[in-house]
Ligand binder design. Structure first.
Ligand code: ZN
Length: 142
């Protein structure tokens, strides 16, 4: 590899690019008062020796964030709509009996066991459940 020693021109180009990597060769040339072809040749040499890895496009992160925020807002709006389902007493209609697993179409028949509540479609289900789990219910109640 050819040893590389940057001179004043190289350093001027590098310093100019550090300030703004999007500068054109013409802009650099005007800034450091070196001809555009020289700037271009020096620039290419700097890239070849690996001193300039790449001039990445500068992404306006502010813009990206704004777009993401907007998208998030949209998602939020959508999910809020979904979650805006009114919770009413009608929800009880979707309950199933804890014994027969049938739907509870009317008011559920509730069996309170300690901190738990069991719901049944009818009194007989509740009674049957009570009998079936007598032991457990008693132990829970204690
Ligand atoms: Zn039932």
């Amino acid at each position: 590899m050819v040893p590389f020693q940057p001179d004043d021109i190289d350093i001027a180009i590098i310093e100019s690019l550090i300030k703004d990597g999007r500068k054109s060769f013409r802009q650099i040339s005007r800034e450091i008062k070196i001809s555009t072809p020289t700037v271009q040749a020096r620039y290419e040499r700097l890239v070849n020796v690996g001193l300039i890895k790449s001039v990445s496009p500068i992404i306006d992160l502010g813009m990206l964030e704004n777009k993401t925020e907007k998208r998030l807002e949209n998602i939020k709006a959508k999910s809020t709509k979904k979650h805006n389902l009114k919770i009413t007493k009608d929800m009880i209609l979707k309950m199933t009996c804890d014994l027969c697993k049938g739907p509870i179409s009317d008011k559920p028949h509730v069996l309170k066991i300690a901190n738990f509540e069991r719901f049944f479609c009818c009194t007989s289900c509740r009674t049957l459940y009570k009998e079936k789990y007598k032991g457990r219910i008693e132990s829970l109640s204690d």
